[in-house]
Every structure is written in structure tokens, then in C-alpha cells.
Design a protein around this ligand. Structure first.
Ligand code: GLU
Length: 440
């Protein structure tokens, strides 16, 4: 049986860091084991699901290089859910309930006031077929619950959390279908995982309880449950992921000039015992991916760490990897010179503006700069021109260190810091360099 994972977002918003981490881990695990990675759009919530979000999810996955082997949409599969739903009703595992939300709320409050857990009391299970028929004849439309088997804990060996169990007796029978006929998340997900032959469900630990319930659904449908891996959630630098980062879509990082591979490199290792490496491709991440390296503690996502990692990755990327995203006219030679100074690719445009100018004229050292211009004019324009220029100025003026270099850098670039002047001067070119030195 082919190892199969799935990423199952609801297209009700953009992917954020936590979702992307889940997608990445499903992809890495499938790739590592020669398996299949599916994208399943959980779009049974027709009010909140939108085509534009589905498109954005596909685009973000493509940007990250996490291309699915197949895509499914739950909204295409409603007929199949009806079939399996009917089978569970026939088997007595799903039963109709007629309580209103208000009634349930009152019962819940009474239970809580008596110090009892607010678990659904299964009153609807006691309805006779005649009572049910009478209610339906009177126009009442039921919602439907899955009857949990509460005899024993549900146990599984979690690939991250180890031996795990939940006690179904502490849970309410989950509602699987609403009175309007629409399905809630739980059951369609299981039906899909069975039909799509999903072997591994990898998701956040906020789904641990769901897994206990869903294992019973797999069994009720006559299927062997998949393996589960529940990952510790991501937090921000100060506890919970900040609202901004928690909801920041990939567009935020794309616009900030972050390389997709930097996001993958960080999210592949966050919360594991492996160090984060500045990789330029996904392959090394595939090779190292292993649930045995995952810890139980929440993983801390730090945008500053992402930016540093991004810079380290960028400094290794060849011109071809970035050429189509560079400002027009910026060639391979310019990339080599400017690359070490970039934190994100967006900074390339900034330095390219420095090369192309204009730069603000320098307000100091006019005599020195005029001498520099004359000296430069007389020198051959070649790879050694910067060292020839500064060598000649040093001999003629006895300036050294900062006094020798900084006025030149300021006049030529308008800044105090930046890439190596030897390379930068060549990019600026002879005419512009002379003009900038003389503008002082
Ligand atoms: N649509 C569910 C979610 O986004 C999927 C959970 C799962 O992986 O089964 O939480």
C-alpha cells in the first residue's frame, strides 16, 4: 500500500504559518517514503468557503514547492457522504436528535451546576421509532449524532506523542450532520481518508480528541484507522502566535522578500532536535525528516530568526535562482557584488538604486573628493581600480582608515555601509563615479 498523506485546509481563509507547517510535514513525510501527498479542500461549510481562498492555497503551496499529487474537494463528494451516512444510520451508529440549541444549553448549565461534565445525555437515543416519525411528520428536522462506544478508552500509538488515549465517556456524541443536511468536519474527513487510502494523518495536537472520535468512525465504517502524528502547536516569541503572525498569510512573507525555501527550512525543523540549516532546496529537508526528532513542547516561531535564516540562504543562491525577481538590468556580476549585503531579495532593488543613482551629493570633504575624481580619471578602469584609487590617495594625502575610505563611500553611494567598494565601484561605472565625486 502506498504511503499517503493529506493536507486538508478549509478554504475559509489564507494559509498561515501553522497550516503551512502541517502541509510541509505531510509533504516531507510522503516524499521521504516515496508516497503520495494529497490536497483536500474541506469545503463543506459553503457559507465560509470561497474559491479565492482555494486558489490562494494552491498558489501558496506551489510557491513553497509543495505540489500535491492529487486534489479533492469535499463539495464534490457529498453523494458519497450521504451513502456512508445512511450506512451508519442503518447500523445504529448515527442517530437523529431533535433538541434545539437552547434546550441543550439549559441542560448543559444544569449539569455544570451539579458539578457534572456537560456531556450530551443521549436523550434522543431513547426516542421510539414512532416518536421520531411523529416529530418528523410535525415538520421537525433532526440533526444527527455519532454514537460513541464508551466502554473503553480509544488507544493509538501516536508517531509523535507515543502511547495515546482518549476516554470517549467524557465526550458528547458528536453532531455529524446538521438539521439543514450539511455535514460537519468529522465524518466526511474519515470517509475521505478511507476512500483516498490515507495511511498517515499528520496534524496539530488540537485534533487529538478528534482523532479518538474519528478512530471509532473508521472502525464503524469497517476500515482500519490510519497512523496519527499530532504536532505540538506553534507559538510566537511571546506565547501564543501573535494575531498578526497567526493570521499572516504567505503574501506577507512573499511581500517581505522572504524566500519560500527559508520558510520551509525553518518550519521543517521548528520543534525538533535538528538544527535549522540554511538549505537552498527542499531535498535535504526530505532526507532528514523524522517524527522521532519531534518534541512535545510548543515550537516557537520567531520572525527575526526567519529573516536571519533567509539572509544566510540568500547569500548562497546563484544568479539563476533569483534572476527573474531582480530589478531590470541587474546582472550576474551585480548579484555577486550585492548579494552579501542582502537580508531579503527586496533589498536588491534598494542597492540597485544606489548603483543606478542618483545619490545625494556629499556635503563634506569637497577637496579630497575632487582630488579623488582627478586621480580616478587618470587610472585605467579595470578590476583593480578601487585599490589603485585608494592606494594613490593614501600616498598623496596620508589619509588612512576611515578618513581615507568613508568620504569616498559616502560620495559614491550616499551611505556609510554597504557592499565591498571594489565591486560596487565597477557596477557604478566610471562616468557616474566621476560625477558623484565631483558633485561634492
Ligand atoms: N479541515 C481541518 C482543519 O483544517 C482538517 C483537519 C485534519 O487534518 O483532518 O483543521
Amino acid at each position: 500500500m502506498t504511503l499517503t498523506t493529506r493536507f486538508a485546509p478549509s478554504p475559509t481563509g489564507y494559509l498561515h504559518v501553522g497550516n503551512v507547517r502541517t502541509a510541509l510535514h505531510n509533504w516531507l513525510f510522503a516524499r521521504k517514503h516515496g508516497g503520495r501527498f494529497l490536497l483536500r479542500l474541506d469545503d463543506t461549510d459553503t457559507e465560509r468557503s470561497r474559491a479565492e481562498y482555494a486558489d490562494a492555497i494552491r498558489a501558496d503551496l506551489a510557491w513553497l514547492g509543495l505540489v500535491p499529487d492529487a486534489e479533492y474537494r469535499q463539495s464534490d463528494r457529498l453523494g458519497r457522504y450521504d451513502e456512508q451516512f445512511a450506512a451508519l444510520v442503518a447500523a445504529g451508529r448515527v442517530y437523529p436528535c431533535f433538541e434545539t440549541a437552547e434546550e441543550l444549553e439549559v441542560r448543559r448549565k444544569i449539569q455544570l451546576s451539579r458539578g457534572r461534565p456537560p456531556v450530551y445525555d443521549r436523550a434522543a437515543l431513547k426516542l421510539t421509532p414512532d416518536e421520531i416519525a411523529a416529530k418528523q411528520a410535525a415538520g421537525a428536522r433532526p440533526h444527527w449524532r455519532f454514537r460513541l462506544d464508551t466502554d473503553a478508552p480509544v488507544r493509538w500509538h501516536d508517531l509523535i506523542r507515543g502511547e495515546s488515549h482518549i476516554d470517549p465517556a467524557s465526550l458528547s456524541d458528536p453532531v455529524v450532520r446538521r438539521a439543514d443536511g450539511s455535514y460537519l468536519y468529522m465524518l466526511p474527513s474519515v470517509i475521505d481518508d478511507i476512500d483516498m487510502a490515507v495511511t498517515h494523518v499528520i496534524r496539530g495536537e488540537d485534533h487529538v480528541t478528534n482523532s479518538g472520535v474519528q478512530i471509532q468512525m473508521f472502525e464503524a465504517l469497517g476500515a482500519k484507522p490510519p497512523a496519527f502524528a499530532h504536532e505540538a502547536l506553534i507559538t510566537g516569541t511571546e506565547g501564543a502566535l501573535s494575531k498578526r503572525l497567526g493570521s499572516a498569510g504567505m503574501a506577507h512573507f512573499r511581500e517581505a522578500g522572504i524566500e519560500p525555501v527559508a520558510i520551509a527550512a525553518l518550519l521543517a525543523r521548528l520543534g525538533t532536535s535538528d538544527s535549522v540549516e540554511p538549505v537552498t532546496r527542499l531535498d535535504p529537508l526530505v532526507a532528514h525528516f523524522d517524527f522521532a526528532h519531534f518534541g512535545r513542547a510548543a515550537a516557537r516561531f520567531d520572525e527575526a530568526e526567519l529573516r536571519q535564516l533567509n539572509a544566510r540562504i540568500l547569500h548562497q543562491l546563484g544568479f539563476d535562482a533569483v534572476a527573474d525577481r531582480l530589478p531590470p538590468g541587474m546582472d550576474a556580476a551585480a548579484w555577486e557584488v550585492l548579494r552579501p549585503n542582502l537580508e531579503t531579495l527586496a533589498d536588491a532593488a534598494d542597492w540597485w538604486n544606489v548603483v543606478e543613482g542618483p545619490v545625494p551629493p556629499s556635503a563634506e570633504d569637497a577637496d579630497y573628493l575632487a582630488r579623488a575624481a582627478d586621480t580616478l580619471e587618470a587610472l585605467p578602469w579595470d578590476e583593480g581600480v578601487w585599490s589603485a584609487l585608494t592606494g594613490a590617495l593614501k600616498a598623496a594625502t596620508e589619509r588612512k582608515g576611515k578618513a581615507l575610505f568613508l568620504p569616498l563611500r559616502r560620495a559614491l553611494t550616499g551611505r556609510d555601509h554597504g557592499p565591498e567598494m571594489a565591486g560596487l565601484l565597477l557596477l557604478i561605472g566610471r562616468d557616474r563615479a566621476l560625477e558623484r565625486l565631483r558633485a561634492a
